[in-house]
Design a protein around this ligand. Sequence first.
Ligand code: BYC
Ligand code: FE
Ligand code: FE
Length: 473
Amino acid sequence: MPEKIDYDAKIPNNVDLASDRRLQRALEGWQPKFMNWWGEMGPTLQTQGVYLRTAVSVGREGWAHFDHVNVPDYRWGIFLAERDPDRRIAFGEHKGEPVWQQVPGEYRAELQRLIVIQGDTEPASVEQQKLLGLTAPSLYDLRNLFQVNVEEGRHLWAMVYLLHAYFGREGRDEAESLLLRNSGSPDAPRILGAFNEETADWLAFYMFTYFTDRDGKYQLGTLKESSFDPLSRTCEFMLKEEAHHMFVGTTGVDRVVQRSADLIVEHDTDDIAPHGGIPLEIIQKYMNFHYTVSLDLFGSETSTNAANYYTSGLKGRWMETRRKDDHQLTDSAAVLERPRADGTWETEELQAILLLNLDLRGEYIADCQTGVNRWNKILSDHGIDFRFALPHPGFNRDVGINSGHHVTPDGTIVDEPTWQAGKRKWLPTTEDLTFVRSLMHPVYERGKIASWVAPPRQGINGKPFDYEYVYLT
Ligand code: BYC
Ligand code: FE
Ligand code: FE
């Protein structure tokens, strides 16, 4: 199994593409379509070079190389984590059998669907973030935006490789369609709801990379458990890149909270808008929005789709191999909290295998809480009493058992008028969005930063904050 990445090839790869001429030609046919899509739907801001990380190896150490590159010349490639020749299926009815190197006929449709859904989110996020380069708060942030964008582009490549290599003509058609749907398009929208929302400002970008990229982490984590080994190995490598996206989100929100807290202390008032800061209530509303649309990405709490994926061995649980049970779940139970029409919650016990989306969502929620704790620590260190909180998982939901119910952030089921009256307090209003947008001005002098966010503690790859991360014309 070749481990070194061939950078002389048109499409950098470690899958020995050169040995399969048909596949290579098919992917080289898709490549200019990808470049057209990038040109039209990718970042609006043109630069003379961005200090980017490019994958050069998939090994544990030193997989990345940093240098200024012209963004359209980024080497998008196909990189799978190393193959474990002894790997066996860890769950479901095929548990213990060797993993699959080809797609079993009976699971073809389901696997293709999972890969298409995953692939659809990657270019969608680039489209959502298209305009952000016009208003970045610093060159450091601008660089991080481009880094996230090129890697989401590479994640699209990762899924397109699987479609081309393993799903024949249908797979090639799906690969084309991934470039034809567009975020927010009325005729051909992206598949999942959250990926049709605008990422209209940088606070939204930090929230998106914190909450929505984190859904990516958990979904990729379950696909990494897949019995279809090429999918597993692709996801394993994507997860390495994904860590940086979440870093951008975590530290981005840190820095906004830090700046707001500094301004509250400095001016001895919560009303920091006149001082160019974002009030804590608005940060909380953004959190409520991005968290809840991300919860929708886990699908319905009860899902026979998810149960079938599990039994067939297509999609596992988070940290499947570390779980201490039979990895088949044929007779385990789990509980679900369901809103009732009379405004109370009922607890229902169901087969665990029907509640796998809920299981994954639970892992995700616990992880999200760690961010909230660190943001609250910033507030308490400043002697500020305000505390951020994740809303109840029933709040503001469009997918699953809570859709069609009105649930407040503290978990009270309310009627329509109460919901309408409360909404302004819980979710960003047009005025809030307009205000945040009014703060978004590009700050592209080295070492300078916008009014509403603190500088990062550290730069990228050991470089200082005032490094020239992006060459502008
Ligand atoms: N919007 O059994 P159910 C990332 C549909 S993010 C619209 O509840 P299932 C990234 C569903 O398709 C990670 N429709 O759902 C982050 C089904 O339709 P059918 C992306 C939705 O299948 C940032 C019906 O409702 N990866 O990587 O168990 C930047 C009932 O389905 C939605 C994946 O999602 C929705 N939100 O679970 C860049 C992994 N939710 O069959 C990238 C692959 C459900 O009735 N996807 N529906 O027509 C999956 O594993 C599953 O498809 C889902 C849904 C978890 C998404
Ligand atoms: Fe991604
Ligand atoms: Fe990501």
